[in-house]
Design a protein around this ligand. Sequence first.
Ligand code: ZN
Length: 252
Amino acid sequence: MYFDTHCHLNSDELYDNYELYINNALNHEVENMMVVGYDLQSSKRAVELAKQYDFIYAAVGIGPNDCLETTEQDLFIIDEYLNEPKVVALGEIGLDYYWDDVPREKQKEIFQKQIEIAKKHDKPISIHCRDAYEDTYQMLKLHGHRGIMHCYSGSAEMAQRFIALGYYISLAGPVTFKNARVPKDVAEKTGLEYLLIETDCPYLTPHPFRGKLNEPANVVYIAQEIAKLKNMEIEDVARMTTFNAKTILGIK
Ligand SMILES: [Zn+2]
């Protein structure tokens, strides 16, 4: 029923007990998950999990906070992983001006190079964007392609601009937070045909579990909040967001 389109079972926090978290997910009707890499080790783990479970898919990539020392050889490894059929996307990649751990020019260079790799394989990209919406938009407009705005935290108006470029809008835990006016506004104003759901676990645990470790089973709370905001049945939100996820990720 549910598809958690962005989880980190490959993170140190969850990886030791991934069987437990996968079982919890299945018990909550979370039938598909995409495990997303952010550096070489997490990408390798994502590929291994996707090979082990037929309902798990992988994305591989080097994120903006982990690309300070990224080399051509590292990008070649990412390129090679994309030959795997269960690797359905390249990501997470993008720009992060909040942490600003890596010079912006370097972030842009590694981002752009990975967009080119994704295009070569004709696979979508999963975008990490924090406090960098305008630059990310310009990069995507310039270099084209299609994908997912993961854990989208921009405005509803900005979401329409990304949708026009071929991107889906993925909502995570913050949409459930009481005072999170902006993501709730995005959920209300964005057509369900452009929305995805995700946990981004182990981070961003939704209400009512804030403060605890997040896991894929909690994606149900994201769907529940969207259903409430849109005045729809949760089953319809689940069905449509799963359909959207399979469409953008090219899953039959
Ligand atoms: Zn992530």
